[in-house]
Every structure is written in structure tokens, then in C-alpha cells.
Unconditional design. Structure first.
Length: 172
């Protein structure tokens, strides 16, 4: 029975020939809208409506417009996303810069404190050095005095032996 059918047989034709074009459900907004259908006007210039058996021809640019609107929406979302990302990046950069400024200020304060401590230590070191030089010179002076006193005492101990004895007896 199947072999008896020819390719031009009406049983083999597509029953959904209305969908053979690039029709998509979202392309036709009037199918699901609750409003009444709009009257179709003739393009012949007369005021008479089109005959009821004629179907309006689909606009060949409609799918392209839909694709363009989808692309425009994606482009708009991507642009918004990029702007938000750039804003977040600027905020991160600003926070990082603020942290660096805070670190710089802390380092400057610490550097100033360390410099003050260094100046104090150098001043104290100079005072100790000066005091040390004074003590050395005082030690030298005292050593000299002790040496003089030792010589004087030694001379004093020898002198009584010369004064109590008769110089003539010393010769014998």
C-alpha cells in the first residue's frame, strides 16, 4: 500500500505548512493577547477591508528585528554589567590607594619617632664621651699628684736619717 503513494500525493504533504517559514511563537504577540483582532486594511488604497480569505503576508524583516532587539538587550545588559564592574574596580583601587596612604602616614610617624630616638641616643652618647674625656684628664692629674706625693714622702723618710746623725760619724 505504501508503494502506491507518489511524492505528489496530498497525504505526504506537510500538515504544518504554516510553520515552514521562520515563525516563532514569540514573534506573534496577537495570538495570546486578550484584545480583539485589529482590522486588516488593503494596500490598494481603497477603504474596503481585505477579503476574508486573504492572509496578511509575514514581514520578512520581523525575525531580523527580533534578533536585533535581543542583541540590543544583551548589549545593554553587558554594558550595565561592565559599568558596574568598572565601578567596583574603581572602588577597590580607591580603597587600596587609601590603605597605601595610611601605611605611608604610619611609616612617616614611625620614621619620625625613630629619628627622635636616634637624636636622643646620639646626644646621650656625646655627653658620655665628654664625661669620659673629663674623667680621663682628671685621672691623669690625680696620678701626677700621687706621684709627686710619693716622691715627697720618700724624701721625707730619708731626711730624718741625715738630720739626726753627725756627718762625721757617717764617714766612719
Amino acid at each position: 500500500m505504501l508503494s502506491a503513494l507518489t511524492p505528489s500525493d496530498p497525504l505526504l504533504t506537510n500538515p504544518f505548512s504554516a510553520f515552514a517559514t521562520s515563525f516563532m511563537p514569540w514573534d506573534c504577540h496577537d495570538l495570546f493577547s486578550p484584545t480583539s483582532p485589529k482590522p486588516v486594511t488593503s494596500s490598494s488604497g481603497s477603504d474596503e477591508p481585505d477579503p476574508p480569505n486573504e492572509k496578511p503576508k509575514p514581514d520578512p524583516d520581523e525575525p531580523d528585528r527580533h534578533v536585533a532587539s535581543v542583541m540590543d538587550e544583551r548589549k545593554r545588559r553587558r554594558m550595565i554589567s561592565n559599568r558596574e564592574s568598572a565601578r567596583r574596580s574603581r572602588m577597590r583601587k580607591q580603597r587600596h590607594l587609601e590603605n597605601l596612604r595610611n601605611q605611608l602616614n604610619k611609616c612617616r610617624i614611625e620614621n619620625r619617632e625613630l629619628n627622635n630616638r636616634l637624636q636622643f641616643v646620639l646626644h646621650h652618647c656625646n655627653r658620655v664621651r665628654t664625661e669620659n674625656e673629663l674623667l680621663r684628664s682628671e685621672r691623669t692629674l690625680l696620678r701626677h699628684k700621687v706621684s709627686n706625693l710619693t716622691q715627697f714622702l720618700f724624701c721625707q723618710q730619708l731626711q730624718p736619717a741625715w738630720t739626726h746623725h753627725d756627718p762625721i760619724n757617717l764617714l766612719h
